[in-house]
Design a protein around this ligand. Structure first.
Ligand code: UDX
Length: 427
């Protein structure tokens, strides 16, 4: 099929690359000149395993094209995906990019098409967008909603092998067309109305953090009662009704989606006159987990971190991404700095992003280099390369052999045998 993707952000680029790989002819519209230039040379603006290669391959094969012109892209397109950002301002969803993109689509529409909203938008918005677009075109079109569920760092895997594809439509003929487009993609299918599809996205991005905050609350009790949260959650997750995923306790969730979508859903609930108290508690628990961790660091450092040099391992909000939006590292570093600590920070790919927002931190690519003479080692993002460090070597480098593990990745017995003071979370 001939497709157009509006917006070369995370969702847009992944959607474009995947549909091109599956044999479609794909145009991507991007209005930012700099970004467009870079993309045309195969440069992608963030780190995502495999995506750069897939884009280059399909660009060279002529399956994937980038342009600034809506007119050029959508001329022959049957389906147009709107993948622009919907940033949140104190929970209020900013829909200005959605409205400007759909206006441009409408103004350039020459033939009937299906317009699919992939951006995360408030449930029920499609009827408003439809009225809005009709102001700028006489050509007929259908609106649909196919929310995106991909995880950063695993974007291609999630898009090519999703758990489910949710198709939100108001007409059977549109469902048929979209089911056909997704035919080569495995996973379950759910066809529902567009408001339900949009609500599924918010509900999923609220429920997964609920599991995480629940596990984190249990981790605090595990610390108090001498239980091991990993074993506890393993046992809990063995119940099929609960499931094993998203029960890893640690420093809490970050990233661009969970925090944003939770605050948007809370805002929408308030507007609708509903007090979504569970979700408020999820958000609060997540914030408090960082405080709990920082208190641990201070305690293990002898009651004060003032003027102590500490190494923070990991800056990105999770491994395999350069994204530092709402990363726990930002909060941990800020709280430790407030208490007078001097921070050295390491990350395999996120240092340049972090340098834009974190002040008065020394950055190191090589963690061993960073560890020379420091007071404690703090694991904040569980990158694979930090899981397999040489602790015999580290013991000689640290001034005080203290390891505080935000994700329970290290072996307590082994570290204690080597002479380290070690603590995880709920361990
Ligand atoms: C998430 C959703 O998984 C995805 O479906 C949605 O489309 C976008 O938001 P993403 O933010 O990329 O994806 O990452 P994810 O792997 O879900 O992790 C989110 C956060 O939760 C990370 O900070 C991670 O460290 C944390 N997390 C995850 C936990 O604290 N415990 C867990 O068990 C799992």
């Amino acid at each position: 099929m001939n497709l157009t993707i509006i917006g070369a952000g995370y969702v847009g680029l992944v959607t474009a690359a995947v549909f091109a790989k599956l044999g479609n002819e794909v145009w991507v519209v991007e209005i930012d000149n700099d970004k467009l230039k870079k993309l045309s040379c195969g440069e992608i603006p963030f780190y995502e395993p495999g995506l750069g290669e897939l884009i280059t391959k399909n660009t060279s094969a002529g399956k994937l094209r980038f342009t600034k012109s809506y007119k050029e892209a959508i001329l022959g397109s049957e389906i147009i995906f709107v993948c622009v950002g919907t940033p949140s301002k104190n929970g209020k969803v900013d829909l200005s990019y959605v409205y400007s993109a759909t206006k441009s689509v409408a103004e350039n529409l020459k033939n009937p098409a299906t317009i699919v909203i992939k951006s995360t938008v408030p449930p029920g918005i499609n009827s408003k967008i439809e009225k809005w677009m009709k102001r700028f075109t006489k050509v007929s079109f259908d609106l649909a909603s196919v929310p995106e569920f991909l995880r950063e760092g695993k974007a291609l895997e999630d898009s090519l092998h999703p758990y489910r594809v949710v198709i939100g439509v108001e007409k059977k003929s549109v469902a048929k067309k979209l089911l056909q487009l997704h035919k080569k993609i495995p996973g379950k299918r759910l066809v529902c109305n567009s408001a339900s599809a949009q609500m599924i996205k918010y509900a999923s991005n609220a429920y997964l953090p609920t599991k995480i905050s629940f596990a984190n609350s249990i981790s605090i009790l595990c610390d108090k009662f001498g239980a091991k949260v990993e074993d506890v959650m393993k046992g809990v997750g063995m119940d099929k009704r609960i499931g094993p995923d998203f029960l890893a306790a640690g420093l809490g969730y970050g990233g661009s989606c969970f925090p944003k979508d939770i605050s948007a859903l809370l805002h929408l609930s308030k507007k609708a006159g509903y007090n979504f108290s569970i979700l408020k508690a999820v958000e609060k628990t997540n914030r408090k987990q960082v405080d709990y961790f920082v208190k641990k660091v201070v305690r293990l450092c002898g009651g004060s971190v003032k003027d102590k040099i500490l190494v923070v391992l990991g800056l990105s909000f999770k491994p395999d991404t350069s994204d530092i939006r709402n990363a726990r590292s930002l909060l941990v570093i800020e709280e430790l700095q407030e208490k007078g600590a001097k921070i050295r920070a390491c990350d395999p790919v996120a240092i340049s992003e972090a340098q834009k927002v974190i002040k008065e931190v020394k950055f190191f690519g090589d963690p061993y280099e960073a560890m020379k003479g420091v007071g404690a080692l703090i694991l904040v993002t569980e990158w694979e390369q930090y899981k397999n460090l040489d602790f015999v070597k580290i013991k000689k480098l640290l001034k005080s052999p203290i390891v505080i593990d935000g994700w329970n990745v290290y072996n307590r017995k082994r570290l204690e045998k080597l002479g380290f003071v070690y603590e995880g979370i709920g361990k």
